[in-house]
Design a protein around this ligand. Structure first.
Ligand SMILES: Nc1ncnc2c1ncn2[C@@H]1O[C@H](COP(=O)(O)OP(=O)(O)OP(=O)(O)O)[C@@H](O)[C@H]1O
Ligand SMILES: [Mg+2]
Length: 372
């Protein structure tokens, strides 16, 4: 693993500064609010391209410099001939919720596992909470909370015992573990299942227990790999609420999800990973503005040749997609598209005008077809 002593083997070069606009938190689907300030991003401790990055800080005009909690540069992970992660660069700032989106096999879990200090990078630089995960694994893991993609609960222990045993790994006293366990089981609403054995829990309940377990050591950085997969809508909303509260209390969140509504709700910033590389980065609103139109007009024509109809209406939008059951016309004003279609004498069996979503962006960037 690279990331040796600061400055080792580098030629000296001044820090770089970039002015970055700061927006207020944006509502999903809305337009970005006006710029309210600027930050100066200062990259320190690096020299030639590809050299080791030791820290990245940024400074708002009226605050002390803040150091990024996760800094990855040209991060690579290969498994034999499989190139799972092929040069990922990210900065995660304190207090933000940072999301990884990407199709199956894109490299999200491989990246998260390197950040969580359970898998060694093949090459590149990685700093987490100012530490090198390859060299400072135990120190780092003590300050991280990790909810892995696959549940790794002890199925023969009870719900409460799972949390207590896990807390003991962090050196917490038995009394402290018991107190944390009760608190966390209430937090994820498993208070009525404390004495159930884990192998008697449903998949969704296990998932909630895994999330509770990741919080036992009161982590500074919480890493959640598909935390809500398998949860029913009520449990998903419960967890969103809990994660939002944690974020408000200052915990930094790093998560992956396949639910685009979840990403829009929870994440301040996102990267879309495809085949091991980042293909887009920004807030949910920025990604929608950059990679989709403001609205989408969905037209269904029953049994019809959608490809032929597409040639008739394509001039009405910025882009058109032909699906087996409908046409999607991407445009700033979807109602105008719908009116124009009717004025042309075309009679869709149904017309739906909606705002563009992160799902539109995701499908545009990563394609509609399954790759693996
Ligand atoms: N331990 C491993 N040994 C060999 N190949 C692996 C291993 N772990 C992951 N891979 C491969 O690396 C690639 C990236 O996998 P990864 O689990 O990071 O994807 P992912 O984005 O998390 O996907 P998903 O959304 O399905 O969880 C895949 O091709 C996968 O098969
Ligand atoms: Mg995964």
């Amino acid at each position: 693993m690279s990331g040796g002593a600061p400055g080792a083997g580098m030629t000296s070069r001044p820090a770089t500064r970039t002015l970055i606009p700061v927006h207020t938190r944006e509502r999903a689907g809305g337009l970005p609010r006006p710029v309210i300030g600027w930050v100066v991003r200062v990259v320190v401790g690096w020299s030639a391209p590809g050299a080791t990055v030791t820290a990245v800080t940024r400074q708002t005009t009226d605050q002390a410099p803040v150091e990024a909690l996760v800094v990855a540069r040209d991060l690579v992970k290969t498994y034999g001939a499989v190139e799972a992660v092929r040069g990922v660069d990210i900065d995660v700032w304190p207090g933000e919720a940072f999301g990884f989106l990407g199709p199956n096999g894109a490299g999200k879990t491989s990246t998260m596992r390197m950040i969580a200090a359970v898998s060694t990078p093949t090459s590149g630089t990685l700093r987490v909470l100012g530490l090198d995960p390859a060299a400072d694994g135990p120190q780092l893991r003590a300050r991280l909370g990790v909810c892995p993609q696959e549940d790794t609960l002890d199925t023969e222990l009870t719900v409460r015992e799972n949390l207590i045993v896990y807390g003991r790994f962090f050196g917490l006293s038995r009394a402290e573990c018991a107190r944390r366990a009760d608190e966390l089981l209430e937090f994820v609403q498993l208070g009525d299942r404390v004495h159930a054995r884990v192998d008697q829990l449903s998949g969704g309940l296990k998932r909630r227990l895994t999330v509770a377990r990741s919080l036992v050591n009161d982590p500074e950085l919480l890493i959640l790999d598909e935390p809500t997969t398998g949860l029913d809508p009520q449990a998903r909303h419960l967890l969103w609420d809990r994660l939002f509260r944690l974020k408000q209390a200052g915990t930094t969140l790093l998560l992956t999800t396949h639910y685009m509504d979840e990403a829009e709700q929870l994440c301040d910033r996102l990267v879309v990973i495809d085949k091991g590389v980042i293909v887009a980065e920004g807030s949910p609103t920025e990604l929608i503005c950059e990679h989709s139109s403001r609205e989408v007009c969905e037209l269904r024509f029953g049994i019809a040749d959608h490809a032929e109809l597409a040639t008739k209406v394509e001039h009405l939008g910025d882009r058109i997609e032909v699906l087996p059951d409908r046409l999607l016309v991407y445009a700033a004003d979807g109602e105008s598209v719908a009116s124009a279609v009717h004025e042309m004498g075309l009679t869709p069996t149904s017309t739906l005008v909606r705002r563009s979503t992160l799902e539109d962006v995701f499908l545009r960037l990563t394609g509609r077809t399954l790759v693996e």
